[in-house]
Ligand binder design. Structure first.
Ligand code: T1G
Length: 702
């Protein structure tokens, strides 16, 4: 950190300009709020200064409180003495001049000012609920007064970043200037214009009148997505206080509701996820001097479900993308599926019709590899068979320009074997998307030994450029996400042999926070896909634990939703899973035939059998140097498997239980169930040394 003051006061004639300089996003880190208060006092005391501007240096206004400070017992000035309160009590008008982001404490300070202007590209919001807290700097009291209670409720419970033009319409901003305008100049001129206006406008003096029913209505509307969480409800209660209490009492109520959240597990987990999503972008063993190649001409090979979703991801983020398939018929089917997916989004209101047209127009179907010879990155998404993939890579290598990067969307196959058929293995890597590829945020970047640092860095950056969270995985069967998930997928079926039923297991995982239970997810994905994977693993390892009940359903043609029956049965045209007595009979018959006495299970045992099996396997992956950190596994589970975000991730959740207890339980199941539960060496080490999963030191990347 440089010696430059984090906040400084400059003078443009009779206007004082208070500038925050706390890179990278001017968070309210140590000294920033105090610096604003000091500069404000100086400016108010300076007779030459008639008005002030508050703005940020660098790429943003203030992006909120420094999240690293939460849960550390940091000291905060008393209510009424904080920077946003002092700005509001200023004797001279202060204009907040916003570029980049005004989020959380940033917007709260801006609402403490008498006026707010912004460039059109700026975004404002109170996203505290996304990290398990609420706006604790007067935001829940001032925003309802500025934009109205309904808008405040929507913004504070969603955490949405609102574009400046919309924020002006909502009454949050007084003026919006063109994105390329000189903000400081415009703000100084604005300050000069309002310098003599009295009385000074103060947000706290405005009223927040609300129909009392809106609060319960909001509670009902968030019930599904806010399950098991407290912060969204405290947000509503705080806005309600703004509409029922005088300002200062509302501030007190806001504080009480804030303090209930700051140190709760929910907030700790969501802070962990926030920083984890940024940590997985860091590649400790690769040079930081190499920049990603800035690709311009992406191409996708394969217009199936995955290929189509990948092409949509590029188009959604502004790229013209070519897509090729084996025949004009299959290409046409692929384009029709893409169009239908976009139309579904328009019907749901999550996409405007004209925006759909723009995106669809960016996807260019072509019939030959020659037509993608000028591509600079190619993502292959053809049928998941090694011989098919190798044939495609051979042809791509022969036809596509030599500098292009060749990526594969394989979900498990050996990337080194795929790269070996090309003359450019250093430019080959895995880019494993999750289904549906245009929705799921995880991109698992798979690293074959021959891939160059530039190739890996380019693949990671490609993910971020199309809205994904990229995380690195070693080249091992199933890579990190699917391999760590595989024991979970087996254990859930083994639990059926011992006494559980699909609907029972699914209820446990839904109560835990998953949007869907694993058996229902199996039916959605197709049970035949899982069966293919099991066959391949049994062929590779004769000791592989088979799953006769699951195989039986597939033999009967019960592939899931697509055949109207799988673990559950489905009514025509309806995706609601219904427990099926026929499946129950298959399960009970199997237990009887295997001589297993079925027994009762607690929800906790079911939960831990599933998740501990993956904790153990994920540690094995780290032992082998196939993943960087435990946080990488957690981010993969959050964005690849829908693990509930407010539980932090697989390892964050396991750390709440404690390494020793996890080890002891796994060791006892090892005694009871045999080899599949053998604790891995790293787990034993951590338990013996009392080291948390968070602090586990994996082997160097291999
Ligand atoms: N605190 C600490 N570090 C932060 C930070 C913050 N608020 N925001 C960003 N960083 C770090 C981040 O970890 C990364 O570090 C670098 O900045 C760049 O971020 C009292 C209670 C602003 C939209 O929730 O949403 O105010 O990895 O990679 O993609 O009511 O950062 O480089 O070491 O994300 O361009 C409310 C959180 C706080 C906003 C920019 N504010 N930040 O996104 O860059 S609570 C937030 C973001 C609060 C008050 C309360 C995003 C961004 P590193 P980045 P980006």
């Amino acid at each position: 950190m440089s010696d430059a003051p984090v906040v400084r006061l400059e003078k443009d004639g009779d206007i004082g300009v208070i500038i925050v300089n706390y890179p990278p996003v001017n968070a309210l880190g140590p000294g920033v709020a105090d610096g604003i208060i000091d500069c404000l006092a100086k400016a108010n005391a300076d007779p030459q200064i008639k008005a002030m501007v508050l703005m940020g240096d660098g790429r943003s206004f203030i992006a909120g409180a420094d999240i690293r400070g939460f849960g550390t017992g940091r000291k905060r000035p008393p209510l009424g003495e904080r920077s946003h309160d002092q700005l509001e009590r200023s004797g001279k008008p202060v204009v907040a001049a916003i570029h980049g982001y005004a989020l959380g404490g940033g917007l709260e300070n801006a609402m403490g000012c008498q006026y707010r202007i912004a460039v059109a590209s700026a975004k404002v919001g109170l996203p505290e609920v996304l990290i398990g807290i609420l706006p604790g700097g007067g935001g829940t009291q001032r925003l309802p007064r500025l934009a109205g209670p309904q808008v405040a409720l929507e913004m504070i419970t969603s955490g949405r970043h609102v574009p400046a033009p919309e924020a002006q319409k909502l009454g949050i901003l007084d003026e919006v200037i063109p994105a390329d305008a000189n903000l400081r100049q415009a703000a100084v001129a604005y300050a000069r214009k309002v310098a003599d206006i009295r009385p000074l406008p103060r947000v706290r003096d405005k009223e927040a009148k609300a129909d009392p029913g809106i609060f319960d209505a909001m509670r009902k509307s968030i019930a599904r997505r806010a399950r098991n969480q407290k912060a969204p409800y405290n947000c509503i209660a705080a806005v309600e206080a703004a509409c029922t209490l005088p300002f200062d009492e509302g501030l007190k109520r806001e504080q009480e509701l804030f303090q209930e959240l700051e140190n709760a597990d929910e907030a700790k987990a969501l802070r962990y996820a926030f920083f984890g999503e940024r940590e997985v972008a860091k590649l400790p063993d690769l040079p930081t001097t190499i920049s990603p190649f800035d690709f311009k001409r992406p191409a996708v090979v394969g217009a199936g479900t995955m290929g189509g979703g990948i092409a949509m991801s590029f188009a959604d983020f502004g790229y013209d993308v070519k897509i090729v398939d084996a025949s004009p018929e299959s290409l046409a089917r692929g384009m029709a599926r893409i169009k239908a997916n976009y139309e579904t989004s328009v019907k749901r209101g999550s996409l405007a019709a004209d925006e759909m047209e723009r995106r669809f127009a960016r996807i260019h179907p072509v019939n030959t590899y020659e037509e993608i010879a000028d591509a600079d990155v190619v993502v292959e998404a053809v049928f998941e068979r090694m011989d098919v993939k190798k044939e495609v890579f051979k042809q791509l290598d022969a036809i596509v320009n030599k500098d292009a990067f060749l990526f594969s969307n394989t979900s498990a196959l050996d990337m080194e074997e795929i790269a070996s058929v090309t003359s450019r293995p250093e430019k080959v890597a895995g880019t494993h998307f999750f289904s549906p590829a245009n929705v799921m945020k995880l991109l698992e970047v798979v690293r074959p030994k021959g891939a160059s640092p530039e190739t890996l860095i380019t693949a990671m950056a490609m993910g971020r450029k199309i809205g994904k969270i990229s995380a690195m995985a070693g080249n091992t069967d199933g890579f990190v996400a699917n391999r760590s998930r595989a024991p979970f997928n087996s254990e859930m079926v083994i639990l059926l042999e011992e006494g559980c039923l699909p609907e029972q297991v699914d209820k446990v995982m839904i109560d835990f926070g998953y949007p869907m239970g694993p058996f229902a997810v199996g039916d959605l994905a197709g049970l035949d896909i899982g069966a293919e994977g099991r066959k391949r693993r049994l062929a590779a390892n004769p000791n592989y634990r088979t799953l006769p009940i699951a195989d039986k359903l597939v033999e009967m043609g019960r592939f899931g939703q697509k055949t109207g029956a799988g673990w559950y049965r489905y009514e025509k045209g309806d995706r609601t899973p219904h427990p099926d007595p026929e499946v129950r009979k298959i399960i009970e018959d199997y237990s009887a035939s295997a001589g297993i006495t079925r027994r009762a299970f607690t929800d906790q045992e079911i939960l831990r059998r599933l998740l501990f099996s993956s904790v153990n396997e994920a540690l094995r992956i780290l032992e082998e140097g196939k993943a960087y950190r435990t946080v990488d596994v957690d981010i993969m589970w959050l964005h690849g498997f829908g693990f509930p975000r407010y539980r932090g991730g697989l390892f964050f959740w396991a750390d709440q239980i404690g390494v020793r207890d996890v080890y002891n339980q796994i060791a006892s199941w090892h005694q009871q169930y045999g080899e599949r539960w053998a604790p891995c060496a790293l787990l034993r080490q951590l338990a013996e040394s009392g080291t948390s999963f968070r602090d586990a030191k994996p082997a160097p990347f291999a």
